[in-house]
Design a protein around this ligand. Structure first.
Ligand code: G6P
Length: 369
């Protein structure tokens, strides 16, 4: 096991650090930046279906569901296709309206999650085309779907999902960009810009990982809190959900993720000097609005940990701590803002003496319903 951890103390940490290379493995051979091309067999072979789709329904559980939420923003923005994101467990137990021109995308790291599998079977019965985004090659879900794309993240051992999440977002971004190009819903120059930006993400994650030591300090400051709030807007709302989930899973600290603007409809009542609030406040994406959320937290004495764009000054003046990530286009910020949140939960759990790789009561793949 020590050998498998490759010098890291835990699989989770190793997997966090593997994200730059995992993402390269995800897009290698698929994204041809110089030629301005995206090639994905599962999509290419079914291109008409994708282009004629009236709607995409994403089904998943846990962290994969969060990747689906990020994909909703990306698909709608790039490809102008309406997207619904469903918990597989809810979808399968209602009587969902599915049409033959719907595409169902099932996202699953393990490819074995029972609820996601059941949702796929239901969608197939109703005549939908089902596309899988799995990590484990040859897994049940990858076999059950009509077509798919693997994330190629390599084995993920830590129960709390990290590199699976960012590589799922990468695959889904590639699909959205490909469809956007085919449909002409983004300009050629934007398409090229996005390819170049996606290509730069691995080195920008390397950059973001350099905050590890600084994040250790933030973790030691707040590790004894009983509650955490995570806020984000737009593309980064799902990242807030994912950040909160990571903390809950491995540190057992209660954490809630919320769209920043919804704070005033409830969570603001919880804010006092005991409440650390992690706010994703990158310069792209409702920056001024998020700043006013931060001011509201500050005036109630909440503790603010801002996830900001490199060089940011405005949030720095208001926050107790800031953690910087490099700049990128708004749609790809989740691939960067996620990194400090993974590290923060890792260090807090570690300091609290929790079993980071195998948290209590959780399983890596949930094959029961
Ligand atoms: C379990 C794991 C999570 C994972 C979820 C969905 O709850 O602990 O990390 O996100 O299942 O798993 P899947 O393999 O379908 O992505």
């Amino acid at each position: 096991e020590q050998i498998e951890k490759n010098g890291y103390d835990h699989f989770m940490l190793k997997e966090i650090y593997e994200q730059p290379s995992a993402i390269v493995d995800t897009y290698r051979g698929r994204m041809l930046v110089d030629q301005g091309l995206i090639r994905m067999a599962g999509v290419d072979d079914n291109l008409t279906k994708f282009l004629n789709a009236k709607r995409i329904i994403i089904v998943a559980c846990g962290t994969s569901w969060h990747a689906g939420l990020v994909a909703e923003y990306i698909f709608e923005d790039f490809a102008r296709i309406p997207v619904e994101v469903e918990y597989a467990s809810e979808f399968r137990y209602r009587n969902p309206v599915i049409n033959q021109d719907d595409i169902v995308i099932a996202i699953s790291q393990s490819g074995e999650t029972a609820d996601t599998m059941a949702a796929i079977k239901l969608a197939k019965e109703k005549g939908a085309f089902v596309f899988g985004v799995c990590n484990v090659v040859g897994s049940s879900i990858s076999r059950e779907t009509h077509a798919g794309a693997y994330t190629h993240a390599g084995p993920e051992i830590g129960v709390a999902s990290t590199k699976a999440f960012t590589t799922q977002i990468t695959v889904l971004s590639l699909i959205a960009l490909k469809l956007a190009k085919e449909k002409g819903s983004i300009s050629n120059s934007d398409f090229h810009l996005y390819l170049r930006e996606l290509d730069l993400i691995p080195s920008k994650i390397e950059e973001a990982l350099k905050s590890n030591e600084h994040i250790t300090g933030v973790a030691s400051e707040y590790k004894d809190a009983s509650n955490f709030l995570y806020l984000g807007r737009g593309f980064n709302f799902p990242v807030a959900l994912e950040g909160a989930l990571k903390l809950k899973e491995i540190s057992y600290i209660h954490a809630e993720g919320y769209p920043a603007a919804e704070m005033k409809h409830g969570p603001i009542a919880l804010i006092d000097e005991m409440m650390p609030v992690v706010v994703i406040a990158t310069r792209k994406g409702h920056y001024e609005k998020v700043i006013s959320n931060i001011q509201e937290i500050k005036s109630r004495n909440g503790k603010i940990i801002g996830i900001v764009t490199e060089g940011d000054q405005e949030v720095r003046e208001l926050a107790d701590y800031v953690i910087e990530v490099p700049e990128t286009v708004e749609a790809f910020t989740p691939l960067l803002t996620t990194i400090p949140l993974q590290l923060l939960s890792y260090h807090i759990a570690l300091m609290l003496g929790k079993n980071v790789d195998q948290p209590r009561n959780l399983a890596k793949s949930v094959t029961v319903e």
